[in-house]
Every structure is written in structure tokens, then in C-alpha cells.
Design a protein around this ligand. Structure first.
Ligand SMILES: [Zn+2]
Length: 199
């Protein structure tokens, strides 16, 4: 006999799909939520509902945004440098270093030919036009230092060659294979400061 109420089982199953959460943790969380005052579950449900209602992606740089444009794109004081990153989380990690004052462009992925991910799957439509619009003086390629991140940087370096905009790559100091979002702030700030021109 299954003594588990279906509603609790359903919640645990949904929670178990989160990264790093196994079935046992999911069940523990579900029981924990049940043990809290019902206002907690209500707030949680409301926050989840509002996520898709209020958080979207900036139409210009594809970072997280609550309006059509993200806070960075709305800030007229940012420098005319465009930092290209893989994910919206990378923007948050770089902003937290407090050492970068330019703009961003979020690819929402990396090139992975073996998985069928070509340039058409990345958010690159109109990228060159955007560089002209903001009169960019430099593009910093801040993709990861794993094989796919390097391949993406190489591709972009070649693609942006004709634009005449200076193209740089973040420095090592990022461990090979490292994902930006997991770096500590000083390593990330150093990698940005030590960027070098693409060959
Ligand atoms: Zn933006």
C-alpha cells in the first residue's frame, strides 16, 4: 500500500527534477514544506507563478530582464565594450565582480557540432548590427575555457574580423574547462582584466 498522498508525491517528483536534487532530498523538501505554515507554500507557489510573468530576456542583449530591456541596457553610462557570455547567469556573476562597466551579449549556448548545435542555434541574429548601434570599441569573448567555449570564441573571432571591432578573449586564470558562473569573483575579475587580443 502506498501511504504517500498523491499531492505530496507529485511535489516530490517535480522537485527531484531540479539539478543536484535526488529523490530522497526531494521527498525531504516536500515534507519540510508540508511542515511549514501554509503561508510559506502559498508564497512559494506565487513566486514560481510570477517567475514567468515578470522575468524574461532583454530584447537587446538577451540577459534577464523584467522589462523589454535589462538594467544594463537601460543604463546610459555603460562603456562601449560588449562582453559575450554563454548564459544569463554569467552576466550576474560578472556584474557581482563590480569590475566590468560595459555591455553584454548572451548567446544562450555554445557551439557543439557533435550535438548539432551550430551558430544558427545561438542568439546571434543582428549581433553585428547591434555592435554598430552601440558603436562598440571592443568585444570581449567570455565563453568558458572548455572545448565548446573555445570553439565558440574562435568562431566569433573569425566572424567579427570584418567588423573592425577589437576582439579579445578572457585570460587564463580560469581553470581549463571552467564555467564562469562557478568562479570566485576575484578570479573572474582577473580573467577579465587580463584579456588578450584574439589571434
Ligand atoms: Zn540588455
Amino acid at each position: 500500500m502506498n501511504a504517500l498522498p498523491p499531492a505530496l508525491d507529485k511535489l516530490a517528483t517535480l522537485l527531484s527534477r531540479l539539478p543536484g536534487v535526488g529523490k530522497r532530498s526531494a521527498m525531504r523538501w516536500a515534507f519540510h514544506i508540508l511542515g511549514e505554515p501554509s503561508t510559506y507554500a502559498e508564497s512559494l507557489a506565487r513566486a514560481l507563478g510570477e517567475l514567468f510573468e515578470h522575468v524574461g530576456f532583454c530584447e537587446r542583449c538577451h540577459a534577464l530582464a523584467e522589462d523589454a530591456l535589462c538594467a544594463v541596457c537601460q543604463d546610459g553610462t555603460r562603456e562601449r565594450t560588449v562582453c559575450v557570455v554563454e548564459s544569463a547567469q554569467d552576466v550576474i556573476a560578472i556584474e557581482q565582480t563590480g569590475s566590468y562597466h560595459g555591455l553584454y551579449h548572451v548567446l544562450h549556448g555554445v557551439l557543439a557540432p557533435l550535438k548539432g548545435v551550430g551558430p544558427d542555434k545561438l542568439r546571434l541574429d543582428g549581433f553585428e548590427a547591434r555592435l554598430r548601434d552601440v558603436d562598440a570599441v571592443e568585444v570581449i569573448l567570455a565563453t568558458s575555457t572548455d572545448v565548446e567555449g573555445e570553439a565558440t570564441a574562435l568562431y566569433l573571432g573569425q566572424r567579427l574580423g570584418p567588423t573592425g571591432v577589437a576582439v579579445t578573449r578572457i585570460a587564463t586564470g580560469i581553470p581549463m574547462g571552467g564555467d564562469l558562473e562557478y568562479l570566485d569573483q576575484s578570479t573572474l575579475a582577473r580573467a577579465l582584466a587580463g584579456r588578450r587580443a584574439m589571434d
